[in-house]
Ligand binder design. Structure first.
Ligand SMILES: [Zn+2]
Length: 124
């Protein structure tokens, strides 16, 4: 799909469900990305940038919007790719976390697994 800025912006202004899953809107002022059908107030045209996939928006540094949950939108082949990468990374950090004795006694870990925490924030 051609991500024409004017056409995409009209679609998010109208919350046009036909475009749901076909592009995602990164909002520069908030750092989140949305589906075209997001119930949040439509940002100004100059503050949005459009991406063909949720993964592309995510890679550009945007977080999924908590209202429209763009990571659950239709047509998520590309997103699953990203998700698998995250799962692999999580497995890795899980094995790196493998138990210093202090953990077992309830002391906080010396290096919190940042990636695991980030992912928990994404899925909560
Ligand atoms: Zn949203």
């Amino acid at each position: 799909m051609d991500l024409d800025h004017g056409a995409c912006y009209r679609a998010i202004e109208l919350r046009d469900a036909r475009f749901d899953g076909r592009f995602f809107t990164g909002v520069k002022t908030t750092g989140v990305y949305c589906r075209p059908v997001c119930p949040a107030r439509t940002p100004r045209s100059e503050n949005v940038v459009f991406y063909p996939t949720a993964a592309a928006a995510q890679e550009a540094g945007f977080r999924p919007c908590l209202r429209c949950r763009p990571e659950t939108a239709p047509d998520l082949g590309a997103w699953r790719g990203t998700s698998n990468t995250v799962s692999r990374a999580l497995k890795t950090s899980a094995s790196e976390m493998a138990s210093p004795a202090a953990w077992v006694q309830g002391a906080p870990p010396p290096h919190p697994p940042a990636l695991a925490l980030r992912n928990a924030a994404l899925t909560s």
